[in-house]
Design a protein around this ligand. Structure first.
Ligand code: HEM
Length: 518
């Protein structure tokens, strides 16, 4: 009962909610404590009617939350809508204009994150970056991220890893192609992104990679979405009674033991003098250990817990997101053969005729049409359709003439914004050419297209993630022709809301090796 399965509100079960509501009401009577949510401010944004105790939770039941929130917003608050989820006040942002107010005009005021139990336990008291509240700690960690971990130079230093792992993917697909059987592309892409991430993060230690992958799968399951106990923070016993706290602690222990082994292995390697020389050989744990050893000029201490939290987060933030982008882009191209052929022609011209059949990252920047295809895919299928919630800790905000009281949680519906018909002609159509001769990009300046967020909390891993996304797609286009299994005319595009917005059904495709002749 603790979970809202399929994460967030995705598979919210109404009977479960009412059971919960009954338990809460009874408990309230038993404890004879008056627990009520704060009353809405007099000029609070508009919103749908609410029920006692659960607020608006029932209106999200059984729906895809990004779609349901868009529909509710149409009816009750197109720009800014007020909701109460459990005890907590939320506002939902559904247009580029209001997104700009939150992530630019009032970016500083909304730069914090709400408290959630899972990152508090799993990340050693929110010592990661994504869930750290706004303040000196977050600022320092964010700086380290931008300057040290995901700088252009660092991303470039992992080029060889990406190329090797993509060529392993091509080899695996070629083997399947010999059998002429459909392959399920999702798991192969997941292996690709997680292997690239683990090699970049802590090198090529197969045994640790496997152990760590299990940990990451379990943790990403609990990190996705709201849990009931997060929505009733005053009801402190809830996570204990439901076993949620115990489950999280067990998970942290498992993560801890693998992370300890990874860090110990790095430390002993360094003590033995096998310190990697030069940037190219350094993995991200090495970078963090270097900072730990020379941290005099850092404002916050890089403790071993910090090191472990940041390492774990790189996996949780980077693997599913990148996998999801490649999967949806391939899905859209399969349903739009014209786009597939055009993108394929471009890849084969660039890497075949112009590069002498030499496939590597060098010429990726010349794939301009593929850039448009990826942008269009991100517009329609942002892997994080509802941005990580923000919060205006410590201050109330005047937002578009509405008053947003202190400690309100903010959800930005990126999915709805990417389909706003005022900004996008035929918004549901997959049409990459709309990005031709158009300056709109996902760097956080165009609020009608913010798949990586914007402002202070914008994703710092864009270059790291997009480097593998583009190389993987280019390689799938260059090396193979693709067909659907005979029984399918198009791929089913049903979504599953979870840690990211994934496909509900496997993407089964038949690869046919393409032999380029110069
Ligand atoms: C292509 C895939 C990716 C997508 C679509 C994506 C998307 C996002 C989004 C939407 C946010 C929230 C932004 C906000 O709240 O305004 C975010 C935050 C974040 N992402 Fe990414 N991301 C991707 C890849 C990565 C990678 C590869 C890493 C690191 C290895 C990463 C690390 C982070 C971190 C640390 C944050 C938290 C930033 C903060 O709160 O200050 N992401 N990402």
């Amino acid at each position: 009962m603790e979970y809202l399965p399929c994460s967030s509100f995705g598979a919210f079960k109404i009977p479960c909610l009412f059971t919960l509501a009954t338990i809460l009401v009874l408990t309230f009577f038993i404890t004879r404590k008056q627990r009520s949510s704060k009353p809405a401010a007099p000029n609070s944004p508009p919103g749908p009617w609410k029920l006692p105790v659960i607020g608006n939770l029932h209106q999200l039941a059984g729906h895809q939350p990004h779609r349901r929130l868009r529909d509710l917003a149409h009816k009750y608050g197109p720009d800014v809508m007020h909701l109460q989820l459990g005890e907590l006040p939320y506002i939902v942002i559904s247009t580029p204009e209001s997104a700009k107010l939150v992530m630019k005009t009032h970016d500083l005021a909304f730069a914090s994150r709400p408290y959630l139990l899972a990152p508090d336990i799993v990340y050693y008291g929110c010592k990661d970056i994504a869930f750290a509240p706004y303040g000196e700690y977050w600022r320092q960690m964010r700086k380290i991220c931008t300057l040290e971990l995901f700088s252009a130079k660092r991303v470039q230093s992992f080029r060889q890893i990406r190329e090797e792992e993509v060529s392993n993917l091509v080899a695996a697909l070629s083997r399947s192609a010999e059998a002429g059987e459909p392959v399920d592309l999702g798991p192969l892409l997941h292996t690709l992104t997680s292997t690239v991430t683990s090699r970049a993060a802590f090198g090529k230690v197969q045994e640790l990679n496997d152990a760590f992958r299990t940990v990451v799968d379990n943790v990403s399951d609990v990190m996705s979405g709201f849990k009931i106990s997060d929505l009733y923070p005053s009801f402190k016993l809830l996570p204990v009674l439901t076993g949620y706290r115990a489950k999280l602690e067990k998970m942290r222990e498992a993560a801890d033991s693998v992370l300890d082994r990874i860090i110990d292995e790095h430390r002993s390697r360094r003590m033995e003098g096998i310190k990697s020389s030069g940037d190219e050989k350094e993995d991200l744990v090495d970078v963090l250990l270097n900072l730990q050893e020379n941290q005099d000029d850092l404002g916050v201490p890089i403790t071993t817990e910090v090191l472990k939290a940041v390492t774990l987060e790189m996996f949780l933030a980077g693997i599913e997101t990148a996998t999801t982008v490649v999967e949806w882009t391939m899905s859209e191209m399969m349903n739009n053969p014209r786009v597939l052929e055009k993108a394929q022609r471009e890849a084969r011209r660039v890497f075949g005729d112009e590069c002498g059949n030499n496939f590597n990252e060098e010429s990726l920047h010349r794939l301009k049409y593929l850039d448009m295809v990826i942008s269009e895919s991100l517009r329609l299928h942002a892997p994080v359709p509802l941005l990580a919630p923000r919060q205006n800790r410590d201050r109330k905000v005047e937002l578009d003439s509405y008053e947003v009281p202190v400690d309100t949680n903010v959800i930005v519906n990126v999915w709805a914004i990417g389909r706003d018909p005022r900004y996008w002609k035929e918004p549901d159509r997959f049409y990459p050419e709309r990005f031709m001769d158009c300056s709109t990009d996902y760097k956080g300046n165009d609020f009608q297209f913010v798949p990586f967020g914007a402002g202070r909390r914008m994703c710092p891993g864009v270059s790291f993630g997009m480097a593998i996304v583009k190389l993987a797609l280019a390689s799938l286009l260059f090396h193979f022709d693709w067909t659907l299994p005979t029984e399918e005319k198009t791929t089913n595009m049903t979504e599953c809301f979870g840690m990211t917005l994934r496909r509900q059904y496997p993407l089964r495709l038949i690869p046919v090796p393409y032999h380029h002749v110069i």
